[in-house]
Design a protein. Structure first.
Length: 370
């Protein structure tokens, strides 16, 4: 299973249409516009990794399932660490966050990822097929999960959690957002192990260009799984985690995740081969890119709304401060002008002046009793 650094020798392939050289295994290779007629240099070959990590009788443990477990474990670890960040560490009483909350969010998130991811794949990518074969919607083991559908499923799960615990939804979303990218990175590792979701054709001189034989072509391609692992996995995690360490306005961390993931995924889609049953859609964009646009737009709107709300609150605070200062200044002027005296000075009744002399003790005459 080790990755072969270089092929044994140059692969004689002519990518120029109409050239009859090498009519053997590479005769079916469709021409790529960048490839000159001749010999393609030695390149990386995809290692044929067995998708089954462990086989115990009829029980097979797949690598892809292991990556899901790793993703959930990383979420739990990061969620416990997130409890130390502001503002969650300062909350007390009924609004305090605990490890139990992280466990409940993880459980609901797993349900949201599986149900939402599967339904999203069926509705976004193959609606016609699954309308004709509705029972295959439940065949999760056959593959077919959508991140955007999983995101919607997680959003529903977070909404239920927020309502049941009487917490602000934006606060819950801000808590979860920095813990998600590591799970996405684990999922891209599973895609690479399965040898799926490979990239588009790459220039022949690209040092990391890789041949995926299962794609039906022996031309080098972009390892788009690695690109997405680095971009929407590691890079997004580092940026979000550093950004979320300081207290932000409600919803800003979640908005940063939506914009960040949408932009990075949109970029990575330019190097990823679109699904064969869909191809490129209008404007030359893939389905993944079209689904990223609402994410970027919603994140930007949420961010701008928070900025506008902050500006409105700041304006009201400054107006209140100005009015308060004006009232204080006016009251001082009124006091100095005597406006607050309701009586004239000569009408004010002065309290009686008591004598400082000690009153004489009463004299008691004692008469003899007869």
């Amino acid at each position: 299973m080790a990755l072969q650094s270089k092929a044994a020798g140059p692969i004689p392939v002519c990518a120029h249409s109409g050239c009859g050289r090498d009519a053997g295994a590479f005769a079916s290779v469709r021409a790529a516009p960048w490839a000159p007629c001749g010999t393609i240099p030695a390149m990386l070959m995809y290692p044929q990794i067995d998708p089954v990590a462990l086989q115990i009788g009829p029980l097979a443990v797949h690598w892809y399932g292991i990556t899901y477990l790793v993703a959930f474990g990383l979420f739990m670890l990061l969620g416990v660490l997130r409890l130390r960040h502001a503002p969650f560490a300062a909350l007390r009483g009924a609004q305090a966050w605990s490890r139990r909350d992280v466990e409940d969010i993880l459980f609901l998130g797993v349900l949201g990822v599986i149900v939402g991811g599967r339904l999203g794949y069926c509705l976004f990518y193959k609606p016609g097929y699954y309308l004709g074969h509705p029972l295959e919607v439940f065949a999760v083991w056959q593959g077919g999960m959508s991140f955007h559908g999983g995101l919607l499923g997680v959003a529903v799960a977070l909404l239920w959690f927020a309502r049941s615990r009487q917490r602000p939804l934006l606060q819950v979303a801000d808590f979860v957002a920095p813990c998600v990218p590591t799970g996405l990175a684990a999922g891209r590792v599973g895609n690479f192990i399965n040898g799926e979701l490979w990239g588009r054709f790459a220039p022949p001189d690209l040092p990391w260009g890789m041949v995926f034989p299962q794609s039906g072509s022996m031309l080098p391609r972009h390892p788009s799984q690695v690109y997405q692992f680095l971009l929407e996995g590691l890079l997004l995690f580092v940026l979000l985690w550093l950004y979320a360490r300081r207290e932000r306005r409600p919803g800003q961390v979640a908005a940063a995740f939506l914009v960040g993931y949408g932009a990075l995924r949109f970029t990575a889609e330019y190097f990823r081969e679109p699904d064969s049953f869909l191809g490129l859609l209008s404007l030359g964009m893939s389905m993944g890119q079209w689904l990223c646009l609402p994410m970027i737009a919603s994140g930007a709107v949420l961010w701008l709304c928070q900025l506008m709300l902050a500006g409105l609150l700041l304006k009201r605070l400054r107006d209140w401060e100005g009015r308060t200062r004006e009232k204080i200044w006016q009251r001082r002027q009124d006091i100095q002008s005597g406006k607050y005296y309701s009586q004239k000075p000569e009408d004010i009744v002065q309290p009686p002046v008591t004598s400082t002399e000690t009153p004489a003790a009463p004299q008691i005459k004692i008469r003899s009793i007869r």
